[in-house]
Design a protein around this ligand. Structure first.
Ligand SMILES: O=C(O)CCC(=O)C(=O)O
Length: 261
């Protein structure tokens, strides 16, 4: 079965959730003409990396963003990998990926496990403790957030439980664009799964971001790649290809986990 995926590669207004909700409304409207099955948003799209003001601007229990995404999912009849949001919980703020199905149901929340010290995430954010596995249309998928892709064992923990596509939401800086491409392609090849990486564009006071959202097939072939500016990147993915590739080179059956400790 084919699924049409659209990544919303957007610029994010620094520390300005109201402006970012408006941008996403405009881009949902634009994307809807392509009638995708799944729309993906980038990391921390409501606030950007305005970490020092997170206590003021983070969304309490992600409630406002969840409601916003639920309304959009129902209006456009589309599943949402709703990017991640600064999610104020009882003890601090988490960077939480929201999965909403087209009926408007919150299917899963995954909070970033690996906090990125180079951007001070460990100072301002709490790490999550749950996995990123979820189901949409009876497919098993996984979600990961930005720096998580540097941990192949974390991604494998999801594909060894059946994930056939990995959705990565990111604010990946331009100076490490080559790592972004290489890591996403490697995760696709070694896990024989689709990898959909949705990055942001633009800049904030500290970083220029890479854009270059990518849709990669289970052979590691790039089937769509964005430029560096705002763009909606869309492609159809054929889910049957995952099983075909896994049958030809049966790496999951050939693993020797008893030697990997
Ligand atoms: O790993 C990297 O180089 C970038 C990671 C990052 O920007 C993030 O996790 O927000």
């Amino acid at each position: 079965m084919k699924l049409k995926i659209s990544c919303i590669q957007m610029d994010i207004a620094f520390g300005n959730p109201q402006k970012n909700y408006k941008t996403v409304e405009r881009l949902f409207d634009k994307t809807s003409t392509e009638k995708p099955d799944i729309i993906v948003l980038p990391e921390l799209w409501t606030t950007g990396y305005d970490l020092t003001r997170l206590n003021e601007i983070a969304d309490f229990k992600a409630a406002q963003t969840i409601e916003f995404l639920q309304n959009a999912a129902q209006k456009y009849q589309v599943h949402l990998i709703g990017g991640s949001v600064a999610n104020r919980v009882d003890k601090g703020v988490k960077n939480t990926l929201l999965i909403i199905n087209k009926d408007g149901r919150l299917v899963h929340q995954y909070s970033k496990l690996h906090l990125f010290k180079l951007m001070d995430e460990h100072v301002y954010l709490e790490a999550g403790s749950e996995k990123g596995l979820f189901q949409l249309d009876n497919y098993q998928f996984a979600g990961a957030i930005c720096y998580d892709i540097r941990f192949p064992e974390w991604i494998r923990a999801h594909t060894s439980e059946g994930a056939e596509a990995l959705f990565v939401v990111a604010e990946w800086p331009a100076q490490r664009l080559s790592h972004w491409r290489a890591l996403l392609i490697a995760r696709a090849i070694e896990n024989q799964c689709y990898v959909i990486g949705c990055n942001r564009s633009g800049q904030d006071p500290n970083n220029q971001f890479a854009g270059h959202s990518l849709i990669i097939d289970p052979w590691g072939e790039v089937i769509a790649e964005a430029g560096e500016s705002e763009e909606i990147l869309s492609a159809e993915i054929e889910m049957d290809l995952v099983k075909e590739v896994r049958k030809q080179i049966p790496i999951f059956a050939d693993r020797k986990p008893e030697f990997y400790k």
